[in-house]
Design a protein around this ligand. Structure first.
Ligand code: FAD
Length: 471
């Protein structure tokens, strides 16, 4: 059985683990003759059903985890590059390049994602307005077509296929390697400013500014008072905003040779988390009163006015990685992360969604807000210019599905969308209303994969593929 990180909606597939690009091509050719189709899987960190394929095959790409030598690449605007296998995790790449004073400019909230998964979801970090999504890091990639043909593609030469693949959720072919651009951080460190905000309006105002490269907010949606869900509950929407930036020499203009030691963070990401929930843990540990108390404490312990301080590498980029297997604390039923974005100017809809969930007695245990800048051009990429909220909710909450369906309507009505890499429950009609490039994606995907080999539980549920027999 396979499932996503939310541990909801598991399904049974046959898993094949190719160990090289040639083995991958052979596997694709062999699977053409079998029913059920196939989808690639990386580190399994998508929250929903994107990397599973009930009754068919799943290609586990984690063995293609090689990392090549860093190249000084004049053609990439002076930025060094690194060639990596699609199964390499961002954590393993950073472990290699940070000691050289180099960094990936876009990283998600966990380092345990594969390069293939990062490309397929066109992931974003806390710096989207400044640096865009993962598409901005990808110079080229090698993709294995449903016919077993290995092809190198780049945004300059293969614009359409590139746009369909970045954010294409593995449905345009299996990515087997990528060449990624790196930025120089040698001699630099991050300084953060932590600000406590009494309400959502103040949180959004701080996130809306351009004074810092990175910005993220934690918001309390449970408030102080136990019992009774109501918007008037004290503390609903208060939050803490962390804005940060590099300080030190502007290393992007330097030509330091790979091998030079960075003066800060020279070790890169932590090898192992200090704490770990046991692999077989099944009990639900997280409950509303506990999270309400935790939130109140977190809010009160944050500095009342902005204060600047140096930020360590791990807690700045990957705070959730400090506790391995934290997803198991939601128990057997798992959890759903509802991540949506609304266009700039429609912030009131971002709040309406939060209020509607609160009124439906849906407890949000973790709420994280960020701002997005210009989209990457990926046909199914999630980020559009505006504000995004990611909400962690216990999957067993009564009435959750209908509350989220109402939220979908609000989001779609405002011209916003839900993130496919986090989704496990949306309906095809909502998908069509949110992603205006869906028809173009379907047409392109149909041309690449006329026999409908590539498919997943997500693609079936959301109707991501053009109608054809069996897909
Ligand atoms: C704690 C946590 C924090 C997160 N924070 C963020 C965040 O800040 N920003 C953000 O954008 N996302 C975030 N995510 C989501 C995560 O970045 C994406 O879901 C990413 O796609 C996971 O990569 P993976 O290797 O685990 O892919 P999987 O979950 O295995 O697969 C995800 C998708 O990628 C496709 N795929 C995987 N490998 C390949 C390949 N080789 N070729 C073709 N397709 C492939 C799969 O078919 C599937 O559609 C977070 C997830 C977690 C668990």
């Amino acid at each position: 059985m396979l499932c996503g990180y939310g541990r909801v909606a598991p399904s049974r597939s046959w898993v094949i683990t190719p160990r090289s690009a040639d083995e991958l091509a052979e596997a694709l050719l062999a699977l053409r003759a079998r029913p059920g189709g196939l989808i690639a899987r990386g580190a399994g960190r998508a929250y929903g059903d994107a990397a599973q394929n009930a009754g068919g095959h799943v290609l586990d790409m984690t063995a293609l985890d090689w990392i090549g030598a860093v190249q000084e690449d004049e053609s990439a605007g002076g930025a060094p590059t690194v060639r990596v296998g699609a199964g390499a995790t961002l954590g393993a790449i950073l472990k290699r390049v940070v000691p050289l004073g180099l960094m990936l400019s876009v990283t998600p909230g966990t380092k345990h994602v594969s390069v293939g998964g990062a490309i397929a979801a066109d992931i974003h970090g806390k710096n989207h307005p400044a640096d865009g999504s993962f598409a901005a890091c990808v110079r080229s990639l090698v993709i294995c077509s449903p016919g077993g043909e290995l092809r190198r593609i780049s945004p300059e030469r293969d614009g359409e296929l590139f746009a369909a693949t970045l954010g294409g959720m593995g449905l345009t072919g299996v990515i087997c390697e990528a060449t990624l651009a790196l930025e120089r951080i040698s001699g630099r460190s991050l300084v953060g400013e932590i600000s406590r905000c009494g309400d959502l309006g103040a949180v959004l105002e701080l996130l809306g500014g351009d004074s810092h490269r990175y910005a993220v907010a934690w918001v309390d949606l449970l408030g102080d008072l136990p019992g009774g869900f109501s918007r008037r509950r004290r503390g609903f929407g208060r939050g803490v905003v962390v804005r940060s930036d590099y300080v030190g020499r502007d290393a992007s203009r330097q030509r330091s040779a790979p091998g030079a030691q960075s003066e800060s963070w020279h070790a890169g990401p932590a090898e192992r988390p200090r704490l770990r929930v046991p692999d077989r843990w099944q009990a639900q540990v997280l409950h509303t009163p506990m999270i309400r108390a935790f939130n109140a404490l977190r809010y009160r312990l944050s500095p009342a006015s902005a204060s600047a301080r140096p930020l360590p590498f791990n807690s700045h980029f990957f705070p959730l990685d400090a506790l391995a297997n934290w997803n198991r604390l939601y128990g057997r039923a798992g959890f759903i992360q509802y991540q949506y974005v609304v266009p700039r100017g429609r912030e009131q809809v971002l709040e309406q969604v939060l209020v509607s969930l609160d009124q439906a007695r849906v407890p949000v245990f973790l709420a994280v807000l960020k701002r997005f800048g210009r989209p990457s051009g990926g046909l199914l990429s999630f980020p559009i210019e505006g504000f995004t909220a990611a909400l962690d909710i216990p999957a067993g909450t009564p009435g959750l599905r209908s509350a989220l369906a109402r939220a979908d309507e609000l989001v779609a009505g405002a011209g916003g969308r839900v993130y496919l890499a986090k989704d496990v429950r949306m309906e095809a009609s909502a998908m069509a209303a949110m992603y205006p490039q869906l028809e173009r994606f379907r047409a392109l995907q149909g041309a690449i994969d006329p026999d409908g080999l590539l498919r997943s539980d997500l693609s079936r549920r959301l109707g991501l593929l053009a109608a054809r027999g069996g897909a």
